[in-house]
Design a protein around this ligand. Structure first.
Ligand code: GDP
Ligand code: MG
Length: 369
């Protein structure tokens, strides 16, 4: 696992999310710097903070520095010149997560397109800066003329777009193919830090190891889970991210494509969020799921982190989200395990009552067509 120093805002929500993003991208955070302001022109941070950071970098020797804000190329360059480390800004970090998680051909293309779009916005300034010296992240483009580099990116984007058009046509076929895998499947969706991974581990009965072994975090995000002696497959998905830039939305959605083939979707909601955040995040999840054409009756709404709230608060929030009369809503604590068994029963009941007859799946699986 690669190590990182994280620079983020001094706000609880921001810190939790940034830690979640680092985790999803596979970085172990060895030190965190919290600041009220991350948009200082030269380095993002002040020179005083940079000096301290330099000492920490020398001591801890992290692989990368993660900066939880958008950096202009010259800010990235200035930081890299002093710290001699690759600097990942917030967008670069998110793109790494998508890249790790893109599984279908279409999703890979969407992510590549977003990466090129990220590069394109920085191309001109990067070429100019890279002619001044070699820095991590700027290597190899010094030999380019500005326009040549810019046009090269543009050209590659066009190629990907035309491939995507063709991929779209194959999508239906692909979708039908995936239906036949024989196992009933469950997916976890929801915002970063809502508790998806904690619930995933709870349901599959495995605690996440803190060891540095590669496979503890890089391992597949799909596991087998047994409910009432019946096996299911459960997957953790890429979390929704607050303030996702518009140009990344298609890439993000494409990573959620597996939800189309899932029998049950567990939408994990952090019930300890403020009412404002709760409403905002909930409607954004619902909008995206309906854009993906996920049927609402396949969704279980899990109000997680019930251990942090009084019952009256949970009831109030359930009502605000219009979930009071929804039989597929349940509050749980993934941390203490409260109500997790009830959730399992709910999952099983929903899957059993789904109209796609089980016999058909078994038939298809055994005849392999
Ligand atoms: N108190 C409490 N904390 C939780 C619960 N579930 C998750 N967390 C914490 O919330 C944070 C984010 O959880 P994680 O599972 O990584 O969220 P993910 O980004 O959705 O996968 C972690 O610090 C967890 O320990 C819960 O039920 N109660
Ligand atoms: Mg997670």
């Amino acid at each position: 696992m690669n190590s990182a120093i994280l620079i983020t805002y001094d706000k609880e929500d921001a810190i939790t999310e940034a830690v979640g993003l680092c985790d999803a991208a596979g970085y172990e955070i060895v030190h965190t710097i919290k600041q009220d302001f991350l948009k200082k022109p030269k380095y993002g941070i002040s020179e005083g903070v940079l000096e301290r950071l330099q000492e920490v970098v020398e001591k801890l020797r992290p692989d990368v520095i993660i900066f939880d804000e958008i950096l202009k190329p010259h800010q990235n360059y200035n930081l890299a010149s002093i710290l001699h480390r690759e600097i990942l800004d917030r967008e670069a970090l998110i793109l790494e997560i998508f890249e790790r998680r893109a599984s279908s051909a279409e999703s890979k293309l969407q992510v590549k397109l977003a990466q090129l779009r990220y590069e394109m916005a920085r191309a001109k300034e990067k070429v100019r800066l890279s002619s001044m010296g070699e820095q991590p992240g700027f290597m190899g483009i010094g030999k380019f003329e500005v326009d040549v580099y810019y046009n090269d990116i543009k050209h590659r984007m066009q190629t990907i777009r035309s491939k995507l058009e063709k991929a779209g046509k194959q999508r239906e076929l692909h979708r039908q193919g995936r239906k036949r895998q024989g196992f009933k499947t469950i997916s976890l969706a929801g915002y970063t830090s809502a508790g998806k991974t904690t619930l995933f581990n709870r349901l599959t009965g495995e605690t996440r190891q803190q060891s540095k072994e590669l496979f503890t975090t890089l391992s597949t995000t799909t596991r087998r889970v047994t409910i009432d002696r019946e096996p299911f497959l459960i997957s953790d998905t890429v979390g929704f991210i607050s303030k996702l830039p518009a140009y990344m939305i298609d890439a993000f959605k494409s990573t959620l494509e597996e939800l189309l083939h899932t029998d049950v979707i567990i939408l994990v909601i952090d019930v300890s969020d403020s009412i404002f955040d709760l409403k905002k995040k909930f409607s954004s999840c619902i909008r995206t799921l309906s854009e993906l054409e996920v049927e609402r009756d396949r969704i279980i709404f899990v109000l997680n982190k019930s251990d942090l709230m009084q019952q009256e608060q949970i009831d109030e929030k359930t009502e605000i989200l219009n979930l009071k009369d929804n039989k597929k809503t349940i509050s749980v604590s993934s941390k203490t395990g409260e109500n997790v068994n009830e959730l399992k029963i709910l999952i099983k009941n929903i899957i059993e009552n789904q109209n796609s007859p089980k016999i058909k799946t078994e038939f298809e699986a055994s005849y392999g067509n």
